[in-house]
Write a protein that binds this ligand. Structure first.
Ligand code: DON
Length: 564
């Protein structure tokens, strides 16, 4: 098995998640609002969603408008050419999950990223045309609208068209993101994407003309505006020029899917999350199920015993992820068994409070079943009490870095989320096996964890984050911060986080942001540590005891809450 070295893993996390050291001062309370709120990675996108809410739109309609606005204002992760997951909880307590994850093209095959000698060809699943799965975001937004939309569809897309065609000012972080990728934009594109090329500074005005016209086609023709006609012609021509494999047939047959939400209970709170093909919901419920047996609230936040219990839970859960999780339409995923409390207790039977369990002695748990397998998050609550949690992605920052020439949007590099070869880590250091092998039309396993939490049958929290493999553990910690450590939403989002994922056998934490005494005690137990700039960009909303909504907008990015 090729193991990613620990330092390389940390460097990769920094490169992929775009880490910057963060301030340690914590704002006490986030934005408060009485009626509705949007928290997203970009202030302009949050404002687009807020306007929809103020005009009587519901949370799903606002989420659709935010998805399109992020495709313009936050192109490293917001997208038309990617995919994602949406978790919805209506005011009547019913919940729905929409899977608009990309799918492997029809011409994809299991060994498509291997050389003749069977080794993984460097960067082939990460950079360029062959790295893209069939995009799902546009179909996803249309499916969500068909089920829950009442406003005129055009009104949900128009604000993004206006942003793209009239232009807007780059933030410092967005300018840096573009500057850091100039070489790849040049080398990986068959036609120079002039609108991305340059030496950018904060405040520079950008206009995305081709993207604006693509959004107009989506406004006017809905699905056909993307999966047929000019946009489809542009995608297929792009593929032909760059030796990619997405075809007209792939675009015509792509369908996002409504799936049954996964839910479980933690200390009486109901946690509703995304089922496979995301591993997020299953892993989150496993983690919460395990730590429910530990008195985290009395041990305290950043206490060494708390961190030890969390890390030990994480290594076992990520070992299960690598073996059992994949697209449920292609492989039997034993969801019920994995989240079963007796199974989770058994998984922790060799837990030693004094010693870290070496990851190479931890394998996936034994389950009896019959087998026949740069992201962004936003949270929305409307005045009616409906809530939506969406995580959407191109995978790495700016995805495959390939722009569909003539249509002005970037394609994902989501194919890297498949297990390109059993046991070989992907860009997040995650390994996988048969359950997540490549097959035509199959969806690659995800860690995205858009989640909604209920308390006493009422809406309590909407939460999620980008961050690749760290997504699950960030959502997990934010939920614990609120439920066990009594933090408000903004504080729970801002405080430092750490992450472990079974392999590599290391705990990564935000530089200088873990208690040094706790760190020493954990090292004495045998845990290995490494630092990174920052972990995740959590955007969340809490319904407080006084009925007000509190936004948690992550200062690790440009993230902003807008409410009224
Ligand atoms: O679906 C997944 O788990 C990954 N493609 C998510 C990538 C991601 O979060 C990158 N962002 N920082």
């Amino acid at each position: 098995m090729k193991k990613l070295s620990i330092s390389l893993f940390c460097l990769l996390l920094v490169a992929i998640i775009g880490c910057q050291p963060t301030e340690t001062t914590i704002s006490q309370t986030g934005l408060l609002a009485d009626s509705g709120m949007v928290v997203s990675a970009h202030p302009l996108a949050s404002d687009v969603g807020l306007e929809i809410l103020k005009n009587g739109g519901n949370a799903v309609e606002a989420a659709i408008a935010v998805q399109f606005a992020l495709a313009v204002t936050h192109p490293s992760a917001g997208n038309l050419g990617g995919g994602g997951f949406m978790v919805i909880r209506l005011k009547d307590g019913s919940s729905y999950t929409l899977d608009f994850r990309e799918a492997a093209p029809l011409k994809a095959h299991r060994d498509m990223y291997l050389s003749d000698s069977g080794t993984v060809v460097d960067q082939l699943s990460i950079d360029g045309h062959l790295a893209s799965g069939v995009p799902g975001s546009v179909d996803g937004m249309i499916k969500a609208y068909e089920k829950f939309g009442q406003m005129d569809w055009a009104k949900l897309v128009q604000p993004s068209i206006d942003l793209a065609l009239n232009g807007f000012a780059l933030t410092k972080k967005e300018a840096a993101g573009l500057n850091n990728n100039q070489e790849k934009f040049k080398s990986l594109n068959t036609v120079a994407p002039d609108f991305l090329l340059g030496d950018w500074k904060a405040g520079d005005k950008v206009v995305y003309t081709d993207l604006g016209h693509t959004l107009e086609r989506i406004r006017d023709q809905k699905r056909a505006g993307f999966y047929e006609g000019k946009t489809a012609d542009d995608i297929v021509s792009e593929m032909e020029r760059g030796s990619g494999i997405i075809s007209y047939e792939d675009l015509k047959t792509y369908q996002s899917k409504w799936r049954d939400p996964i839910f479980g209970y933690y200390k009486g709170y109901k946690v509703i999350s995304m089922p496979p093909p995301s591993s997020g919901g299953v892993a989150l419920l496993q983690l919460l199920g395990i730590v429910e047996d530990f008195p985290l609230n009395t041990l305290g936040w950043q206490n060494d015993e708390t961190i030890h219990a969390i890390v030990e839970a994480e290594r076992r859960v990520y070992a299960d992820r690598a073996t059992y999780l994949g697209d449920p339409d292609f492989t039997k995923v034993p969801v019920k068994e994995l989240v079963d409390h007796t199974y989770l207790t058994e998984r922790m039977s060799n837990f030693n409070p004094k010693i870290a369990t070496p990851s190479d002695s931890v394998a996936a748990g034994s389950i009896q079943y019959y087998e026949s397998d740069e992201t962004t998050h936003f949270s929305v609550v409307d005045k009616f009490g409906n809530a939506v949690s969406v995580t959407t992605t191109l995978n790495g920052g700016y995805g495959s870095k390939v722009v569909v020439s003539g249509s002005g949007f970037i394609l994902n590099n989501e194919m890297d989320d498949f297990s390109v070869k059993p046991g070989v880590p992907n860009m997040f250091g995650l390994i996988g096996g048969e359950a997540n092998s490549i097959q035509p039309k199959k969806r690659m396993l995800s860690s995205m964890t858009p989640t909604i939490v209920e308390k006493d049958n009422e809406l309590f929290m909407v939460v999620g984050t980008p961050g690749g493999s760290t997504i699950i553990t960030s959502v997990f910690q934010v939920i614990l911060n609120v439920i066990d450590h009594n933090m408000g939403m903004q504080e729970a989002v801002e405080v430092p986080r750490f992450h472990s994922q079974w392999l590599p056998d290391v705990v990564v934490y935000e530089n200088g942001r873990i208690d040094s005494l706790a760190l020493q005690k954990l090292e004495d137990r045998g845990h290995q540590f490494n630092t990174t700039g920052s972990i995740g960009r959590v955007d969340a909303i809490l319904v407080r005891k006084d009925g007000k909504l509190e936004g948690g907008a992550d200062p690790r990015g440009d993230d902003a809450a807008s409410g009224y």
